[in-house]
Design a protein around this ligand. Sequence first.
Ligand code: SF4
Ligand code: SF4
Length: 182
Amino acid sequence: MKVVLNDTNKELVDKVIKYGGKHVYECFQCGMCASGCPVASDTDHKIKRTMHQVLLGLDDQILEKKAIWLCTTCFMCLERCPQNAGPTEVVFALRRISAERGIVPEAQIEVANNIYHLGHAVTIQKGIKLRDKVDAPELKTAASDKKYIDEIQKLIDSTHAVKLLKIRKDWKPKGDDVIACD
Ligand code: SF4
Ligand code: SF4
């Protein structure tokens, strides 16, 4: 079964399809996706509603609210969808569209910069130093050797992420004293 709505803003749905959400039209609004979503009950991110809004072309309502960035990308909705409409893929596509319009929450910009400069989503530099201080075995992570960071940066530089996620070469990590296990 395929649901096709007429007289809608097709620009959004066409772009979602172009960016990977190619089965979005299969959604028939059963709600199975939302019922298994770990963030649906506690946040504004409602995947069933988002699917509907895409089909209606309501891009402002989706993008300005920034709720799509609360998705954990756990793929539960994709697994549960009886229509194989690929809701997680739709979220990925929406995030790209959002980033192209310059709408990216500060937290995501920080995570992107952390990964680019430190190799981790959160800063762990203090933890590495502490291990050294107490003679604990060296922790081998992307952050422990500049050559790994160079590789990560080379990889990211070859994508659109630097521009879309506002990665800055002169960026300094916030909360350098914070470690993941604090
Ligand atoms: S489970 Fe699939 S068909 Fe049902 S509302 Fe979610 S995306 Fe649409
Ligand atoms: S991938 Fe995102 S929208 Fe889907 S169930 Fe997980 S958190 Fe919810």
